[in-house]
Design a protein around this ligand. Structure first.
Ligand code: PAF
Length: 290
């Protein structure tokens, strides 16, 4: 890895490219200089969790590209694509402050030109959990993420563990398609009261924001109970009851194999506890390891 000074940006901050030709040209320049590249895929509305991924990426590669694209194919018509926060100038200022090199900000026509006809069918870690409630979601994520991998040619790609099933699906997809990228997990960044940072937290009213950490508290209590010998399903049933009592509507509260995300079959498997619940009109997800 070539030595570069970090945290110092020119007056203009990161270079911003919006066409595939400009992206490829910029990346080719990095490659000619012998530099490695890490990708942080995002939909913008950047928070400290995204910035931690950028900083993790900077420790792995000479150059870091952040993609900002609110991907229409991962939203159902009933979901929040229209109101998803779009805060581009603020995002670029945050990226400039940490010395990010490049922002890839395609528009929908660049990403999905007229006639685009490819979709992906996923099994394995994509089965159940999110897919039971958002059946369109992972095919949309897999298409856009595989395009981002191929467009940037990144050596590393960083995904937050907060979207744990997405992390597992993308890791499997890259391996299955022999895409030469190393998918790297980043630890979930939390508020002081335990709420996992999410771009959607800004939808919460002050009262909902005060309630929201109950998900993390319930998952933590379940993990403690499992370590103390409680059966995972019983511990997660208690967690679900706690969250429901706080006024949330639970989509799922599940203990799964941490790698395959299959239901637990044998003792001694690595366990991940995953939750999704509605607080008013906001859907929150979270997870922890045991
Ligand atoms: O996690 C997200 O923000 C999105 O699902 C991703 C990975 C950027 C794909 O659109």
């Amino acid at each position: 890895m070539a030595m570069r000074e970090r945290g110092v940006t020119g007056a203009g901050g990161p270079k911003i490219v919006g066409t595939l030709a400009d992206l490829r040209d910029t990346v080719a320049g990095y490659r000619r200089a012998g530099e490695t590249l890490a990708l942080v895929p995002t939909m913008g509305a950047l928070h400290a969790g995204h910035i931690a991924l950028v900083q993790q990426a900077q420790a792995l590669a000479d150059r870091v590209v952040v993609s900002i694209f609110v991907n229409p194919t991962q939203f159902a018509p009933t979901e929040d694509f229209g109101r998803y926060p779009r805060t581009f100038d603020d995002d670029v200022a945050k990226l400039a402050a940490v010395g990010c090199d490049l922002v890839w900000e395609p528009d929908a026509a660049e990403m999905y030109p007229p006639g685009f006809s490819t979709s992906m069918a996923l099994t394995g870690p994509a089965l159940g959990l999110e897919t039971d409630f958002r059946p369109h979601f992972f095919s949309g994520v897999a298409i856009v993420v595989s395009k981002l991998f191929l467009q940037t040619g990144a050596d590393h790609a960083l995904f937050g563990e907060k979207d744990y099933q997405q992390l597992r699906v993308v890791t499997q997809m890259a391996a299955d398609l022999n895409i030469p990228v190393r998918v790297v997990p980043g630890a979930t960044v939390r508020e002081a009261d335990g709420l996992a940072l999410s771009s959607r937290n800004r939808y919460l009213s002050p009262e909902e924001r005060a309630t929201a950490p109950v998900i993390h508290r319930a998952l933590t209590a379940a993990a403690d109970a499992i370590r103390a010998g409680t059966a995972p399903d019983a511990a997660m049933a208690d967690a679900g009851a706690t969250v429901t009592r706080a006024g949330l509507k639970v989509d799922y509260m599940a203990a799964r194999n941490a790698l395959t995300l299959a239901p637990l079959a044998a003792s001694g498997e690595p366990v991940r506890l995953l939750a999704a619940a509605w607080l008013g009109t906001t859907r929150l997800i979270d997870n922890i390891g045991v």
